[in-house]
Design a protein around this ligand. Structure first.
Ligand SMILES: Cc1ncc(COP(=O)(O)O)c(C=O)c1O
Length: 370
């Protein structure tokens, strides 16, 4: 087994408690013990998104991408309009998914390393009626953080009927995200980033209004992602009643219960503040003494769960760190693919000081003389 420190922007290092939860013996997905764990997991999810009782959590076997399919197949119909705010590769892929299901997509592209100016969002919403808008809270290809709260305010002011969809795959658990207070309709994430579980679960939250849209949708061009099928199942599980549409990923749900439990025990707000502190400390080493340039344009648009930074020779940097026992990732934004590296600092690696993962990473980056 590799003893390398995994510092890519997800999957991330998982705690011993989470790893133990994965190794539990098989049980029936309908047995009372598992049903109780699933119920607790759904309740924890609600708290992580800061969503109240009227919101509907959904936890399915699948990855973050499944949340895009859920959006495209339940919240919009073919030929309806979607406005996509693009801050990089993942925002673009979300647009591709919506297009694949027949939505009419208009994309507003941010300048590389920056966000879409609010005025552009405002004028697009004034010009056309959109069924939904998508915001990628953190685009993991650029480490750009979007101001979801301000965008929500603009949408509520100009086009209150437009559903607000937030891709929180790289933000849930490490960035401030206030589902109810900001008026988000659908937020989607995945298990393998700041939530601190292994890959394999799609985790999302629907507002009352989005739940209504999904339940009233007449044409169903989907089966597995049908929220008409899943919402009653989730409601039953949360009430501790076994229910079946398709078999849940039992061990992964066990792991997510523990990882979300750890975050809530640590304190969600404290955890988010810790990610901010660690990120600022980490970035200041790179941009200070090491004289490197970040992909994100300024502090206000810099994510706190990862860093994307330009280096002279990314493959050499990745190999040099690997030789020192640290695994980082290369760039994936089409315009600058071969010019930068990405380093994740989420979950255990950011919050468990005793591991010293990021100090080790800084030391290795300095030795590698980028
Ligand atoms: C912002 C964002 N959205 C969506 C995805 C897709 O998630 P997955 O790879 O789990 O399908 C990712 C993956 O890294 C991501 O970073």
């Amino acid at each position: 087994m590799s003893t390398d420190i995994l510092l890519i922007p997800g999957p991330i290092v998982i705690s011993k408690r989470v790893q133990d939860a994965l190794g539990t013996p098989s049980v029936a997905h309908t047995c009372p013990e598992f049903v109780a764990k699933f119920s607790d997991t759904l309740k924890n999810t609600r708290r992580l998104f800061k969503a109240g009782d009227s919101a509907q959590p959904v936890v399915l076997a699948g990855s973050g991408t499944l949340g895009w399919d859920i959006t495209a197949s339940n919240l919009i119909c073919p030929e309806e309009k979607a406005l996509v705010l693009s801050t990089g590769f993942f925002s673009d892929s979300f647009a591709d998914c919506l297009t694949a299901y027949g939505a009419e997509v208009r994309k507003l592209n941010a300048p590389l390393g920056d966000v879409v100016p609010l005025d552009e969002v405002r004028s697009a919403l004034k010009k056309d009626a959109y069924k939904l808008i998508t915001i990628t809270h953190v685009d993991t290809s650029t480490a750009v953080l979007s101001d979801v709260k301000s965008i929500c305010e603009v949408v509520k002011e100009i086009s209150p009927e437009t559903l607000i969809v937030v891709d929180a795959v790289c933000s849930a658990g490490c960035e401030t995200l206030d589902f109810d207070a900001w008026g988000i309709d659908y937020a989607l994430t995945a298990s393998q980033k700041a939530l601190g579980a292994p890959p394999g679960l799609s985790i999302s939250m629907l507002s009352q209004r989005a739940t209504r849209v999904a339940l009233q949708k007449e044409e169903q061009h989907t089966f597995f992602t049908s929220l008409k099928k899943w919402i009653p199942i989730m409601q039953n599980y949360e009430k501790r009643q076994a229910s079946y549409f398709a078999t849940p990923a039992v061990q992964l749900v066990n792991a997510l219960k523990e990882s979300t439990g750890e975050i809530l025990e640590y304190g969600l707000d404290k955890r988010i503040e810790k990610h901010r502190e660690v990120s600022e400390w980490f970035k200041s080493h790179l941009t200070g003494a090491m004289g490197l340039k970040l992909v994100s344009a300024n502090d206000a648009v810099s994510a706190h769960g990862l860093t994307a930074v330009y280096v002279k020779d990314p493959p050499a940097a990745i190999s040099a760190l690997k030789a020192r026992g640290i695994v980082i990732a290369g760039g994936i934004h089409k315009d600058i693919k071969g010019e930068y590296i990405r380093i994740g600092h989420m979950g255990e690696s950011a919050c468990n000081d005793s591991l010293k993962h990021l100090q080790k990473c800084i030391d290795a980056l300095k030795q590698a003389a980028l």
